[in-house]
Design a protein around this ligand. Structure first.
Ligand code: XMP
Length: 512
């Protein structure tokens, strides 16, 4: 019989652990991420119905390699180990785990050696994503190999009697073509779970958590006009009412009409938003600054200064709420050394350590499409939810080099034309994100009989599912031509329009 229950995902430090949580949520099963120090008793006391052990950067024999309470394997609990998780379980059952130069990385085909529920409906030769240096060298007691990789290394192992199993590859990443099916097999056919976790449940749980964290204190709810902070604002206001102080800061780096469009709609939903014009402070601090990371840091710092100024006028404000999402967290942190900080996203990496307010970020394990669904659950209008992502540092990262009022005015006009035409042609709703970038180099052109010598606008439009990877989007030629001719004709200071056809990677979505 199908059971309602939760899955615990033990985080051994892989960059992909949150993706496991996402895959489980996508299948409408409730999951929580936990640290490796959980015990068999915790599992019993918390009604955990299944366990997934994540991958991780360590090798099981390293001194400080994370371990797991061995009694967990004696519970009659379905356990799926992924990569490091599998190696840890294998070592517990007496296998030798080996680290050698047979490192497997990237796409690989796997071949089914034995029919088993974990592999039900999986195609023989299916492509999976390998990313590990260690492998299981000898078989753990009572386990059998049910799938192997091209070079005959074990790819999937299953215990003969217990519901213990493991995959040497990462079913959670999109490159594993049938990834979702491995999770479906484990969650529904093996653990017998029910699909009953919905956006409604998330709202109820987040509401309870917010109330518990905040107590009787007040929360400064910083709205940016974007989807994430708007949904966060509505959730927060519904959760704690007047203890939530929603504010909108005009940093001088917004698009045309940005603040009014969003603020009016959110006010209609009952949020008593107060607006603060801090343009002079932001633009003053950015004067003469060309370096993208410096710009991001300055903007992060100015936001905090603004929040602290505002917080002073409200007694009891001790929290700052932000709609930070999981991809922002990933890209702004350096995970386990080797991975690099790509950009200091203002709402994560740019915050100074000395900030007096505590951060509350209830969406920091979610992806944008999940936030949109939560917005729908909260009854928010589609035109707020379908807005393209807009970065916290705003137009500052879309003007290459120094920010000036003139450049901001030029970019705003060009961007407005681009978005207007995309909306008219319906393209806006088909792409993940589109915007104009000002490249302040001058090129020669001709208008009428006159030589012109003016700046360049780049148009960027991308398709993506989470912002972490993206492809440039093929906008119809006639739409592009109309946009280019309108920009050159209507925006003074621009005589050339180019279309950016770089994917991410190797490019990033924003230019800075
Ligand atoms: P990149 O340029 O890193 O962008 O490929 C990925 C996604 O994140 C958005 N982005 C930001 N969002 N604060 C934000 O809230 C930021 O500092 C920031 N920088 C980039 C970007 O618009 C894209 O959707």
């Amino acid at each position: 019989m199908a059971v309602s229950g939760k899955v615990w995902i033990v985080d051994f430090g892989s960059q992909y652990t949150q993706l496991i949580a996402r895959r489980v949520r996508e299948l409408s099963v409730y999951s929580e991420m936990v640290l490796p120090d959980i015990t068999a008793k915790d599992i019993e006391e918390n009604d955990v119905a299944a366990l997934i052990l994540s991958g991780g950067p360590s090798s099981v024999y390293e001194d400080k390699a994370p371990n797991l309470d061995p009694k967990i394997f004696d519970l009659n609990l379905p356990v799926l180990g992924i990569c490091y998780g599998l190696q840890l379980m294998s070592r517990h059952f007496g296998a030798r785990v080996h680290s050698d130069n047979r490192r497997e990385y990237g796409r690989s085909a796997i071949h089914i050696k034995k029919e088993t529920t974990l592999l039900s409906d999986i195609s023989d030769g299916t492509i999976v994503w390998m990313s590990h240096g260690d492998h299981v060298d000898t078989l753990p007691t009572d386990f059998e190999i049910v799938a192997a990789s091209d070079n005959n290394a074990p790819a999937a192992l299953v215990h003969r009697q217990k519901k213990l199993m493991g995959l040497q590859f990462h079913p959670e990443v999109v490159h594993t073509v049938e990834g979702t099916r491995f999770f479906e097999n484990f969650l529904f056919k093996i653990a017998g779970l029910k699909r009953d976790w919905t956006a409604e449940h998330f709202v109820a749980q987040a509401t309870a958590q917010i109330r518990e964290t905040v107590g009787s204190a007040k929360v400064l709810m910083a709205l940016s006009g974007g989807v994430d902070s708007s949904v966060m604002g509505v959730l927060m206001y519904r959760a704690i009412g007047k203890q939530c102080v929603p504010v909108f800061i005009n940093n001088g780096l917004l698009r045309k009409n940005e603040q009014f469009e969003v603020v009016q709609k959110l006010r209609k939903m009952g949020l008593p938003i107060r607006m603060y014009n801090c343009s002079a402070q932001f633009l003053g601090a950015l004067k003469g600054v060309k370096n993208p990371e410096r710009k991001r840091k300055i903007i992060g710092y100015q936001f905090i200064k603004a929040f602290e100024r505002i917080a002073k006028s409200y007694p009891d404000i001790s929290f700052l709420a932000q709609g930070t999402l999981y991809p922002d967290v990933i890209e702004s942190r350096s995970v386990n050394g080797p991975s690099q900080i790509i950009k200091s996203h203002h709402n994560v990496g740019g915050l100074p350590k000395r900030m007096k307010l505590d951060l509350i970020e209830p969406f920091n394990s979610l992806f944008k499409d999940e936030v949109r669904n939560i917005g729908r659950e909260l009854g928010m209008p589609e035109d707020i939810l379908e807005r393209h992502p807009f970065p916290g540092p705003g137009l500052a990262v879309r003007i290459i080099g120094e920010i000036t009022s003139y450049r901001l005015a030029v970019l705003r006009k060009a961007d407005e034309i681009f978005i207007d035409e995309l909306k008219k042609s319906g393209e806006y709703y088909r792409v993940w994100q589109a915007f104009a970038v000002l490249i302040p180099v001058k090129t020669v052109g001709v208008m009428g009989d006159q030589r012109t010598y003016e700046h360049v606008i780049a148009l960027r439009s991308v398709n993506s599912s989470d912002g972490m990877t993206a492809d440039w989007s093929p906008i119809p030629n006639e739409v592009l031509s109309r946009i280019a001719s309108r920009i050159v004709n209507e925006v003074r200071g621009i005589n050339r329009v180019v279309y950016d056809i770089t994917s991410k990677p190797p490019g990033t979505i924003e230019w800075e």
